[in-house]
Ligand binder design. Structure first.
Ligand SMILES: [Mg+2]
Length: 349
């Protein structure tokens, strides 16, 4: 429904594989001293003074993204964000990325230029070098695999395993918006199928739709914590929903948790969209996914340093493992937390 009306179509065969990579990556500049050799040799070379962090992610058309409402530029941007978010979740600085792509012949060169424009924008804003990758053909659809490489001082790396009982549980930003944005886009797609002349008015939903189509990895939070001199005891990024990420922290750290429903940060547009769709907003925050916020634990002594910061919300505290992980509702009832996070293996029913 948001299809690019650009009529120019240059078939990929015209360029060949090497010509294609060269064409798509020619405007990328190397920014980091640690990147010794980027694209243009058999392999890239980089040199980090501190510890090297590496993460990789595979995105498949029809499973992780739907091109009927995902503009290719946004997809390129989001594919980078998903990976950088994991680097930031280690309390590291992202430095390099590689991008590998498989596309069917339904995609012209102009489509890949759009995708790479999104990747280039992300690389520029988040200050990472594109240092390699591969492009090949697929029999159907598009696959994107991105690897992100980061750097951190050994003593600053935050694992999932460092949380202690009585630590505070903190989240950045607000939750549930990306999921509700997806609900709006799915609904409009169905309307469009019935009446292709009906162009949707998404303006009342701009925040939640943007959170779905153009998430921002929280580099700023990693920098903020450094500035505030707060070293989280454990950290994870929220890709699959708050409850499953809390359970990951609990399991790795061998602790329990009390999460307070009334503390969960929700944007007003998420609350109104939840009312419109008749869905419980807490359920969405717990299970929605794709928020790419950071969830971390801090010692109680650090509370004063983060108190009142508009980007950070204390939503609970860790407990002894024997107490388990619970949601404390507004009505003061304790409900066991279960991982009902978004799951790409779940059946489509
Ligand atoms: Mg993660």
């Amino acid at each position: 429904m948001l299809e690019d009306k650009n009529q120019e179509r240059t078939s990929l065969e015209k360029l060949g594989e090497f010509g294609l990579i060269e064409h798509l990556t020619k405007n990328f500049e190397i920014k980091h001293k640690s990147t010794i050799k980027g694209i243009g040799d058999d392999a890239a070379v980089f040199d980090h003074t501190d510890k090297t962090i590496l993460t990789t992610d595979l995105l498949i058309e029809g499973v992780h993204f739907d091109l009927s409402y995902m503009p290719l530029k946004h997809l390129g941007y989001k594919a980078v964000m998903v990976n950088l978010s994991d680097v930031y979740a280690m309390n590291a600085t992202a430095k390099q990325i590689t991008v590998s792509l498989a596309v069917s012949n339904r995609f012209p060169l102009e489509a890949l230029e759009e995708l790479y424009a999104g990747i280039a924008l992300a690389a520029k804003i988040f200050n990472v070098d594109l240092i390699g990758g591969d492009t090949t053909s697929s029999t159907s659809g598009m696959l994107i695999s991105i690897t992100a490489i980061g750097e951190a001082k050994e003593e600053e790396i935050t694992y999932r395993s460092g949380a202690k009982a009585n630590d505070l549980l903190v989240v950045s930003g607000d939750l549930g918006a990306a999921y509700m944005g997806l609900q709006v886009l799915d609904r409009e797609k169905e309307v469009f199928k019935v009446n292709p002349n009906n162009q949707p008015d998404l303006s009342p939903y701009s925040y939640i739709v943007e959170r779905q189509l153009k998430p921002e990895a929280r580099k700023d939070i990693v920098e903020l914590l450094k500035k505030l001199e707060v070293l989280p005891s454990a950290m994870i990024d929220i890709s699959d929903g708050l409850s499953s990420e809390i359970l990951h922290l609990c399991k790795s750290s061998k602790v329990g948790c009390n999460l307070f429903e009334e503390k969960i940060p929700l944007d007003p547009t998420v609350i109104s969209a939840c009312e419109e769709f008749n869905i419980d907003s807490t359920t969405i925050a717990l299970s929605g996914g794709e928020d790419y916020e950071l969830l971390f634990t801090i010692a109680q002594n650090d509370f004063d340093k983060i108190k009142g910061n508009p980007s950070l919300t204390v939503i609970g505290h860790m407990t002894d493992e024997s107490e388990g992980a619970h949601l404390v509702t507004r009505g003061n009832t304790k409900i066991e937390l279960t991982a009902q996070g978004w799951n790409s293996f779940k059946s489509n029913d």
